[in-house]
Design a protein around this ligand. Structure first.
Ligand code: ADP
Ligand code: MG
Length: 237
């Protein structure tokens, strides 16, 4: 069975290639166009901000890129691999191995400690006990939460919870991180800390980050800003 190398064998090749992607949703008797022909190429090791108003299609695009949703037409290739050729079970496994997700509302499991939330990811990926433990500890250290590892989400601030979620997203060493409005529920000081942490992770770990946001602070951190309007990219630069 073929497996992809982490950042691809040919450095410089696109990590994400979105080709003429359309996504429509059926709403009663009419179609809602969430994406109307999106083309996007993302180079490895970059921090890309996906900006645009509410309803412009950011979440839909991230979900299609991460394999949580499927385009109505068009192709998405990640590390040169077309997602539409994968079955649901292949896609689930692939997602676990290669993609880290971070959401606005943190989406942590409330009854588990920070450590247990992070450790669950390598466990679901079938890693051994020792590897799970090491990965959870090193990811919590990376986000500066070693001292908080035994606390549960409700005992932590919003910024700390988002750090746990980032550690969880990193736990299987993904090549691509997708973050949907990760600073949306944080005050601007905490938002800055989180954006700084994302930037450090991109630079130190060499991974690629695609972040949907309408937070103006992101302009200072991202390598590339892509603007979506009514399901179409209006500017990239
Ligand atoms: P954003 O993340 O930029 O706010 P979304 O991708 O969530 O935008 O939504 C884009 C458009 O698609 C909106 O008009 C939204 O109402 C519509 N949409 C998204 N998901 C669905 C769905 N599951 N069913 C119907 N319409 C949807
Ligand atoms: Mg959204």
């Amino acid at each position: 069975m073929a497996t992809e190398s982490r950042n691809g064998d040919n450095t410089g090749a696109a990590i994400v290639q979105v080709i003429d992607v359309v996504r429509t949703y059926r709403l009663g008797s009419s179609n809602v166009f969430a994406l109307r022909g999106v083309d996007l190429t993302v180079a490895p090791g970059t921090f890309v901000a996906l900006k645009g108003r509410s309803g412009s299609g950011k979440t839909t695009l991230l979900n299609c890129i991460g394999g949580l949703d499927r385009p109505t037409s068009g192709v998405i290739e990640i590390f040169g691999r077309p997602l539409n050729k994968m079955s649901e079970s292949e896609l689930t496994r692939w997602r676990r191995e290669h993609i880290g997700f971070v959401f606005q509302s943190f989406a942590l499991l409330p009854t588990l400690s920070a450590y247990e939330n992070v450790e669950l990811m390598p466990r679901l990926a079938g890693k051994g006990r020792k590897a799970c433990h090491q990965q959870a500890d090193s990811c919590l250290e990376l986000v500066g939460l070693t001292k908080w590892k035994h606390h549960r989400p409700f005992e932590m601030s919003g910024g700390q919870q988002q750090r746990v979620a980032i550690a969880r997203a990193l736990a299987n060493h993904p090549s691509l991180m997708l973050a949907d409005e990760p600073t949306g529920e944080l005050d601007s000081t905490t938002g800055r800390e989180i954006l700084g942490l994302f930037l450090r992770i991109v630079k130190e770990q060499g991974l690629t980050l695609l972040m949907a946001t309408h937070d103006p602070l992101v302009d200072e951190y991202a390598d590339l800003i892509v603007r979506l309007q009514d399901g179409q990219i209006v500017t990239a630069g």
